[in-house]
Design a protein around this ligand. Structure first.
Ligand code: NAD
Ligand code: UDP
Length: 317
């Protein structure tokens, strides 16, 4: 039985990770301050003996009492961070802190316990990419003073922290670059395109396509993502690894896809201005490394994944 410390454990991706490790018989400690997470995401786990929740802001150091509570830790997964573009405007300071100070605090735990460490990085480190699809050796095109910089730059910083802790202290660090992921437990109100379009179609409201709708994204179902992350955790891979689904759609195609997935909806597409000019025009992961190093590739089709996600959102409306 391994002990896994997961920051952001009450969030969308974090709660799925907690659930999967518990199902394997591992012990899980989730750390969360609920800034964007929800008690609903983990309430079914609270009755499990092997699960513990610590309410704490990881931008602050862990107290000695908390550390003695954890006991021995084998894996540290730093997933705490608001991830929606609307959070970039609402809580930018919290974002800057959690992936900088929070990375130090969680890396210190990994160092102390000689634990394998994984930082949740993102495709956003590639910015508005000039290389397509994005390979891990592409350095990116980020506007350091743009509307998304609090997120993009702090994730780049977090990757640098992990790299330095490996070089200087020998911490067994890994870096997962997560591409747009969707599925049950996303917040309907978080402003990202999947909950927006699904919620709008279910409520018979206009489907809000920003800009021309020609910008592209590639959507990965959360179960596929979690399977890839767990393989990366179990490996000793130090290099960054893209985890995502390379099936690429324009936002206009995706809007039409969601309308078709909700039979009877009266929703029609409506164009709105882009929220800001730094909206990446294209995004698609090159997953050659994940295939080679982890023997991982996504399995869930967009039709199946969106079907399950719509079912979840229906239950929340
Ligand atoms: P989320 O907002 O659902 O989850 C983040 C969790 O972290 C929440 O429960 C939140 O309350 C918690 N948190 C935030 N700041 C904290 C702090 N200072 N202390 C303690 N807890 C804190 O978002 P998500 O989509 O599940 O994202 C999880 C991770 O994956 C993030 O690091 C995010 O940057 C990364 N990521 C997600 C995506 C995606 O498509 N969802 C893409 C790329 C990267
Ligand atoms: N988008 C859209 N309508 C919406 C929400 C988002 O057209 O209601 C677009 C947004 O402009 C972006 C893409 O969908 O080009 C993905 O946005 P999201 O916020 O989900 O994540 P991002 O990949 O930009 O971080």
């Amino acid at each position: 039985m391994a002990h896994i410390l997961i920051t952001g454990g009450a969030g969308f991706i974090g709660s799925h990770l907690c659930e999967r490790y518990l199902a394997l018989g591992d012990r899980v400690t989730a750390v969360d301050n609920f800034v964007t997470g929800s008690a609903d995401n983990i309430k079914h786990l609270l009755k499990e003996k092997a699960f513990e929740l610590i309410e704490h802001d990881v931008s602050n150091p862990f107290t000695p009492a908390m550390e003695s509570d954890f006991g021995k830790v084998d894996f540290v997964l730093h997933f705490a961070c608001p991830a929606s573009p609307i959070d970039f405007e609402k809580i930018p300071l919290e974002i800057l802190k959690v992936d900088s100070l929070g990375s130090f605090h969680t890396l210190e735990v990994a160092k102390k316990h000689k634990a394998r460490y994984l930082i949740a990085s993102t495709s956003e480190i590639y910015g508005d990419p000039l290389v397509h699809p994005q390979t891990e050796d592409y350095w990116g095109n980020v506007n350091t003073t743009g509307k998304r910089s609090c997120y993009d730059e702090t994730k780049r910083f977090a990757e640098a922290c992990a790299t330095v802790y490996r070089a200087k202290y020998g911490v067994n660090t890994g870096i997962v670059r997560i591409f747009n992921t969707y599925g049950p437990r996303m917040r309907l109100s978080d402003g990202r395109v999947v909950p927006n379009f699904c919620g709008q179609a279910l409520r018979n409201e206009p489907i809000t396509v920003y800009g021309t709708g020609t910008q592209t994204r590639s959507f990965c179902y959360v179960d596929d993502l979690v399977a890839g992350i767990m393989k990366l955790v179990a490996s000793d891979c130090a290099d960054p690894v893209n985890i995502g689904n390379p099936d690429e759609y324009t936002m206009l195609e995706f809007a039409k896809f969601v309308i078709e997935a909700v039979p009877g909806t009266t929703s029609k597409i409506e164009y709105r201005p882009l929220l800001h000019t730094d909206d990446p025009k294209q995004r698609k992961p090159d997953i050659t490394r994940a295939k080679k190093v982890l023997a991982w590739s996504p399995k869930v089709s967009l039709a199946d994944g969106i079907g399950k996600t719509l079912e979840y959102f229906r239950s929340k409306l």
